[in-house]
Design a protein around this ligand. Structure first.
Ligand SMILES: Nc1ncnc2c1ncn2[C@@H]1O[C@H](COP(=O)(O)OP(=O)(O)OP(=O)(O)O)[C@@H](O)[C@H]1O
Ligand SMILES: [Mg+2]
Length: 287
């Protein structure tokens, strides 16, 4: 049996607005989507995140029913972090919450707990967190030889550029979107930015929405296309892709094959509102 993945980050309650659908109080957050993505890709998964008093027990139950160990999902002070996810027809996203002081306050108050730093983990997957939390995770994982795979978000890439770049050499893989690499390395082309990040000493999986991903490792550049599907709601697709990529790496697949298979999970994630697409895909796998 392969060792489990620890997925570390934030969960949230989201308002989702797409041209096709509107929904409120949808359980989400990058850590939730990454955990579901890793599960969809067949990994054993433990989720580490802090919820608030308004977090629905049914959301935890749904994660547990899909096979995720939720013992690291613990109650923190106050209310759950909330965000608004707006997607237009062209696939552009607006995340107004990044300018919201309450969102930053909740982000600081609900920093995720870290797993025990032991060799029982195949890897730690650190989803968008404050840069000091990422640095602490890298430092804690290193002595036990635990690989750390990380994603970021536009909020952190815009406000904590230097700290994020400083963390990159400590990562086994870094999985930002193109929007994030443009913020981290302004003035560079997208391919060039991925090369610069990889040259810092990591494997780069640069997410490009319906255009797939660019993988950069020692073997060079590989552009991996997706079979675009009609997206019901793209929220969490990138996060699910990262969880699945980590799961396939942990299972011993080469980088390019792990990336290729992770795209199937990304496509499943866009098939329903919020986590619904992934939950349905996971339950049909286990039948
Ligand atoms: N319409 C689509 N059809 C098929 N696959 C898709 C589609 N949209 C996204 N994906 C898959 O999901 C992956 C991640 O999407 P994207 O690049 O939008 O991530 P992101 O910007 O990190 O998003 P988020 O953080 O909101 O989850 C893509 O690389 C692709 O594999
Ligand atoms: Mg993302």
């Amino acid at each position: 049996m392969t060792r489990p993945l620890a997925i570390i980050g934030h969960v949230s309650l989201d308002a989702i607005r797409t041209p096709a659908a509107e929904a409120g109080d949808v359980p989400g957050g990058a850590a939730l989507y990454a955990a579901l993505g890793a599960r969809h890709a067949g990994a054993a998964v433990t989720l580490f995140a802090r919820t608030g008093a308004d977090w629905p027990a049914a959301a935890t139950a749904a994660l547990a029913a899909s096979g995720i160990d939720t013992t690291g999902l613990v109650a923190g002070p106050g209310l759950t972090r909330r965000s608004v996810q707006r997607h237009d027809r062209a696939g552009n996203r607006r995340s107004a919450h990044h300018d919201d002081e309450v969102w930053w306050e909740r982000t600081r108050a609900l920093r995720p707990p870290l797993p025990d730093a032991s060799s029982r983990w195949a890897a730690w997957v650190v989803m968008p967190v404050l840069p000091e939390t990422l640095a602490t995770a890298i430092e804690a994982a290193a002595p036990a030889g635990i690989p750390v795979i990380a994603d970021t978000s536009e909020a952190f890439a815009a406000r904590a550029r230097e700290a994020l770049l400083a963390a990159v050499p400590g990562l086994a893989a870094f999985c930002p979107s193109v929007a994030e690499t443009r913020l981290l390395l302004p003035g560079r082309g997208d391919d060039d930015a991925a090369d610069v990040l990889a040259a810092l000493g990591t494997v780069v999986l640069q997410k490009r929405g319906a255009d797939g991903v660019l993988l950069v490792d020692r073997a060079g550049h590989r552009r991996i296309a997706v079979e675009p599907v009609d997206a019901v709601d793209p929220t969490g697709a990138g996060d699910a892709t990262v969880g699945a990529f980590a799961a396939h790496l942990a299972a011993g697949l080469p980088h390019a094959e792990a990336a290729r298979r992770a795209m199937a999970t990304g496509a499943a994630a866009v098939g329903g509102i919020g986590p619904a697409g992934l939950l349905a895909a996971i339950s049909s796998l286990s039948r």
